[in-house]
Design a protein around this ligand. Structure first.
Ligand SMILES: NC(=O)C1=CN([C@@H]2O[C@H](COP(=O)(O)OP(=O)(O)OC[C@H]3O[C@@H](n4cnc5c(N)ncnc54)[C@H](O)[C@@H]3O)[C@@H](O)[C@H]2O)C=CC1
Ligand SMILES: O=C(CO)COP(=O)(O)O
Length: 325
């Protein structure tokens, strides 16, 4: 199975490295000329994944048409650009493995819903889990959820992508797998705020647990299963990104917690902090579904500049006492 990767950011590049680990040729589409040139000439993605030697089996291209020779496509462009890029990609009936973590602004569509509306004949899979790109590209071990409604296609993809240091677990819960990744980015911002404002380790642990409750409520309401959200693509990724400054979302939260504005923190950023885009969309969608997501709402208030950290913490702590579960 020849793999093509759409998106030459850190994660697309790391996944190309996984797919090329056994020396199989991989085609990687990137929109930046310099990224394509640096991967092909130096076997390095200087802009988005510097100082990590890449497999010579990865060939980068600026032309989406070059992906027609591939049997399956890993789609790794940021969530808000997925629809535009997929609309220009020849796909037909080839499997699309969606790897971005977010919800589309305006439509509140999940990544699988976008892919299905643009390419209705393509089988859809979701790959998600605790995967900092640099660690994966360096060959450090991790495990991911690979969800696909078609069991045979899911198995074939898992067998093709599995490596001694990269272990996919099969699932048929596409919605559950993608919602975990989208929601955890917003919760990682919240945990960064706790760290940046010096609110302590207890507060962070409490936030992870209550944030996870919000993730499960929302995920189940959109058709996912609680057991998927308790797995690698939900809880696994939540624990990772809520506890490390290597997370762009957590780092954004640290800045907010120190009192910096979202506008200044996001200005001129080359890498993407998906949670900043997902937060208002998620809050809007949760409201429409009548699901309480107070932590997500708090992140929205901080990102928009509507509230300061002290006020947000006071509001969260003074909500009416409730039952757990
Ligand atoms: N970096 C990581 O460790 C991981 C990232 N992800 C997810 O993968 C997705 C891609 O993130 P990264 O590869 O980290 O990106 P990145 O932050 O390394 O690079 C930004 C990417 O955005 C692309 N981009 C910017 N403007 C665009 C436009 N108008 N149209 C199309 N593409 C545009 C750039 O070409 C580049 O590929 C995100 O949804 C992210 O949440 C998932 C797992 C791990
Ligand atoms: O999704 C990720 C790891 O699984 C990457 O997290 P950040 O986008 O917050 O860096």
């Amino acid at each position: 199975m020849r793999i093509g990767v759409i998106g030459g950011g850190a994660w697309g590049t790391a996944l190309a490295q996984v797919a090329a680990a056994a020396g199989d040729p991989v085609t990687l589409w990137a929109r930046e000329h310099d990224v394509v040139a640096s991967i092909n000439r130096e076997h390095e993605n200087r802009q988005f994944l510097p100082n990590i030697p890449l497999s010579a089996a990865i060939r980068a291209t600026e032309s989406l048409a070059d992906l027609v020779a591939c049997d399956a496509l890993l789609v790794v462009v940021p969530a808000q650009h997925l629809r535009a890029v997929l609309s220009e990609t020849p796909v037909d009936t080839r499997p699309l493995v969606l790897c971005a973590k977010g919800i589309e602004a305006g439509t509140v569509a999940l990544m699988s819903e976008i892919a299905h509306s643009v390419h209705p004949r393509a089988p859809i899979a979701v790959l998600s889990g605790p995967t900092f790109a640099a660690e994966v590209a360096r060959g450090l071990p991790t495990a991911v959820t690979l969800a696909c409604a078609d069991e045979n296609i899911g198995r074939a993809l898992a067998e093709r992508l599995a490596q001694p240091t990269f272990r996919p677990y099969a699932s048929d819960d596409v919605a559950g797998a993608e919602i975990g990744g989208a929601v955890k980015n917003v919760l990682a911002i919240a945990c960064g705020v706790v760290a940046g404002a010096g609110l302590g380790e207890n507060a962070r642990a409490a936030l992870i647990a209550r944030g996870f409750a919000e993730m499960v409520r929302y995920g189940v309401a959109r058709g996912g299963r609680a057991e998927t959200l308790s797995g690698l693509s939900g809880l696994g990724d939540l624990v990772l990104t809520c506890s490390s400054v290597a997370s762009r979302n957590f780092s954004l939260g640290v800045g907010l917690g120190k009192g910096e504005s979202a506008e200044s923190l996001l200005a001129d950023r080359a890498s993407v902090a998906e949670g900043a885009f997902t937060a208002p969309v998620l809050a809007q969608s949760a409201k429409a579904l009548e699901i309480a997501m107070p932590v997500v709402e708090a992140v929205c208030a901080l990102l928009s500049g509507e509230s300061k950290v002290d006020a947000v913490v006071a509001a969260l702590m003074s909500r009416p006492l409730g039952r757990e579960g």
